[in-house]
Design a protein around this ligand. Structure first.
Ligand SMILES: Cc1ncc(COP(=O)(O)O)c(C=O)c1O
Length: 398
């Protein structure tokens, strides 16, 4: 049989999806599962986006421009300018989700063997994108004790070699929920300028900042115009994960010209989804106010509930809709699987994402899970209750 590539063999499985076969088996047994493991919001997509697709009478579903619709890029630049970011249409390439933007970014700024520094825990698919690009991730551990704040800049300095091409951050963070302060973003910017590095800032949760906290975009620092690449997406902002629309943003003309070659190779982003995404830009502020209120409520409910369970420690998220919880167990992989295979309370159980897959340092985060608070109040309350009971039962067995 012809051989699979080494790269293919090294491609990591998604830690979020690898439990799916166990969940499917549990569902077959008639079990109800509360999914705390995946960031699929239950929030309704804005009506304007759905109507725009419904009311369109396209006769030929053609390719669009490789950079995306001109009208959409123009309107999207207006969205960024409203938050005082100096983004012009020419600085934007529309992509098939933030995922493709991350791939284009890695492809444009790294060669095989290059290194990218990322504070961990980080969005697990960064591992996959790095493997696909032949890039080595150099992780820096952030800690639950200080809510996963930016590790000291001196720690970054220690890892910088001639192979280092970029620092990748996720702001607000998945899985940590941490929102970088102005000072932290500034410190990273100074570091990037000092060592002539790119900063790739994944801001797909940029709208989700709680208690009036302000999000500080990498694009807000004028000195970084040649170094900054922002990744964005409609997936979470408008609860449009299935649209598969995101974008890569940079003031660096060479980055845009290079990413455009990747964009041309895949021809164009999806047409109907761009129509929906362009219309979504008209979503009124009240939509976001309600969504933020809803997530703030859920976050408080979850964190308060988790903190009441003996032995559980949680870093209160300031943004996005995830948190990392440390559990009184040794192996979250085993616990998460046991929850699906062997535990039930009234024929119900919960699904969580073991956090080890969000670290690239081996044997780290083994007693942690990532929880997404994307369920409505009753379901979230019930999930906490199930988790509490499950932890007690699991402890008595081990
Ligand atoms: C931090 C982060 N970046 C990027 C993505 C990719 O999102 P999409 O490809 O749906 O835009 C996700 C999805 O969950 C994410 O959490």
């Amino acid at each position: 049989m012809p051989k699979i590539s080494i790269k293919g063999q090294e491609m990591p499985e998604s830690p979020i999806r690898k439990l799916v076969p166990f969940a499917e088996a549990a569902v077959k047994k008639g079990r109800k599962i509360y999914q705390l493991n995946i960031g699929q919001p239950d929030i309704k997509t804005p009506q304007a986006a759905l109507d725009a697709v419904r009311n369109h009478n396209i006769e030929v579903l053609s390719y669009s421009h490789s950079a995306g619709f001109d009208t959409y890029r123009e309107k999207l630049s207006g969205y960024y300018q409203k938050t005082a970011l100096p983004v012009e249409k020419e600085d934007i390439i529309i992509t098939t989700g933030g995922s493709e933007a991350l791939l284009f970014a890695m492809g444009s700024i790294t060669d095989p063997g290059d290194e990218v520094i990322i504070p961990e825990p980080f969005y697990a698919n960064y591992n996959g994108f790095a493997t696909a690009s032949g890039v080595k991730i150099r992780p820096i551990q952030a800690s639950i004790e200080d809510g996963f704040a930016l590790p000291p800049i001196s720690e970054f300095e220690k890892l910088i070699t001639e192979k280092t091409k970029a620092i990748l951050i996720c702001n607000p963070g998945n899985p940590t929920g941490y929102l970088y302060t102005r000072e932290e973003v500034k410190q990273l910017a100074d570091l990037a300028l000092k060592h002539d590095l790119f900063i790739v800032s994944d801001e797909v949760y940029r709208e989700f900042a709680y208690e009036g906290a302000q999000h500080h975009s990498i694009m807000s620092i004028p000195e970084l115009s040649e170094n900054a690449i922002m990744i964005d997406s409609v997936s979470k902002r408008y609860s449009m994960c299935g649209a598969r629309i995101g974008c890569l943003v940079s003031k660096n003309k060479e980055v845009i010209a290079t990413a455009m070659k990747f964009a041309q190779a895949r021809l164009s982003p999806p047409t109907f989804a761009q129509i929906a995404s362009e219309a979504a830009l008209d979503t009124p502020q009240e939509y976001f106010d309600e969504v933020i209120e809803q997530y703030t409520y859920r976050r408080n409910l979850l964190v308060d509930g988790l903190e009441k369970i003996e032995g559980v420690r949680v870093a209160k998220p300031k943004g996005a809709f995830y948190c990392i919880a440390e559990l009184p167990i040794e192996d979250a992989d085993d616990f998460a699987r046991w929850l699906l295979e062997s535990f039930e309370d009234n024929n119900e159980t919960v699904m969580v994402a073991p956090a080890a897959g969000f670290y690239s340092t081996p044997n780290t985060g083994k007693n942690q899970v990532r929880i997404a608070y994307v369920l409505k109040k009753e379901n979230l309350e019930r999930s906490i209750n199930i988790l509490d009971k499950a932890l007690k039962e699991y402890k008595s067995l081990n």
